[in-house]
Ligand binder design. Structure first.
Ligand SMILES: Nc1ncnc2c1ncn2[C@@H]1O[C@H](COP(=O)(O)OP(=O)(O)O)[C@@H](O)[C@H]1O
Ligand SMILES: [Mg+2]
Length: 312
């Protein structure tokens, strides 16, 4: 089966500590109840989740030739993803994020030099006949690609007119939030942000003002609000959704919940679910993900999603 979706973005290993006794302090040691090593990177989680939901997804990113990349490639393959476009770099280490996961928020330390170095001329834009949708993850992380996103989109659009695009900027580690990103927004179909990102990028003070501004550039904008759900403006109409699990029952780890939301949304979009069901499905995928350590989750999670939404 050929992939239907292509991700261009970040891919790494996540080392997740959950059940932490407190916040680390210089000169002290704290204990973690448990840890997990899982597939990470917003692009990596999106790729694995969407593939496991049933839409085969390919990812263009860079990994080293080490034990971490072997693990990542293996996990991606198990999810059903296509790994043939991943660039393996012999002399640099695979990226790692350490995530200190707390119930209300998380703190992360990343070393992602290889991912950041991905350049436009390393991306092969040929043989995209089977691709219906392209997702850009973690825009601000992708230093080597930043000057060329528009060019990449234009090249793809001129050769493959039907392909649609989404972007999730994620955080800007430099805290600059340059406005040139609006030029990219004008050329994508779906924009995913969380609350902080929406406010920073729009330079507005509320999510309502932010979504109204951003919706002037992108037809489908979703602002994820953590446990508060989401605010979306889709083709001019506002949608406000809430999580079912408002008291956070079974919460284990919030890593990747936003990427599960994005993957669920793109799944509904490509399956033609209709907007209300797409938003509800995305929320369900995101809510389920917080019950598991890491972004991908387990077979049990996907069995439950399949059962509730009657997906084969
Ligand atoms: N504590 C939580 N309880 C229930 N659902 C949550 C929780 N945190 C996140 N979610 C779900 O995950 C989605 C994305 O979370 P959010 O943290 O806003 O995005 P991101 O991971 O991109 O920062 C939310 O819209 C919600 O559906
Ligand atoms: Mg996010």
């Amino acid at each position: 089966m050929n992939p239907e979706c292509l991700v261009i973005g970040d891919l790494n290993c996540d080392l997740i500590f959950n059940g932490l006794a407190g916040f680390p302090e210089l000169g002290k040691e704290i204990l973690s109840r448990d840890y997990d090593i899982v597939i990470g990177g917003s692009g990596g989680i999106f790729t694995a989740v969407l593939s496991r939901l049933g839409i085969k997804t390919s990812i263009i990113s860079k990994v080293g030739n080490d034990n971490y990349s072997k693990f990542i490639l293996d996990e991606l393959q198990k999810s059903g993803a296509d790994i043939s476009r991943i660039i393996i770099n012999e002399n640099t280490k695979t990226g790692i994020t350490v995530s200190l996961s707390y119930e209300r928020n998380k703190s992360q330390i990343s070393s992602l030099n290889l991912v950041k170095s991905l350049k436009a001329d390393e991306i092969c834009l040929k043989n995209l006949e089977s691709i219906r949708h392209i997702h850009f993850s973690s825009y601000y992380m992708m230093d080597g690609l930043k000057p060329n996103y528009l060019n990449i989109i234009e090249k793809i659009k001129s050769a493959y007119k039907e392909i649609t695009f989404s972007i999730d900027t994620n955080d800007d580690p430099d805290n600059v939030w340059e406005p040139s990103i609006y030029e990219i927004f004008k050329n994508v179909d779906i924009l995913f942000l969380n609350k902080k990102e929406a406010i920073k990028i729009s330079r507005e003070t509320s999510v309502e003002e932010a979504i109204n501004k951003l919706a002037n550039y992108v037809k489908k904008v979703v602002i994820k609000l953590g446990r508060e759900g989401y605010l979306a403006k889709i083709n001019g109409k506002l949608y406000r959704g809430f999580c079912r699990n408002i008291d956070n029952k079974n919460f284990l780890d919030g890593t990747g919940s936003g990427d599960n939301f994005d993957a669920g949304f793109v799944f509904g979009f490509l399956k033609g679910f209709g907007i209300e069901k797409t938003l509800e499905f995305a929320t369900y995928c995101a809510e389920k993900s917080i019950e598991y350590s890491g972004g991908f989750g387990s077979d049990e999670k996907f069995d439950e999603i399949r059962k509730v939404y009657k997906i084969n």
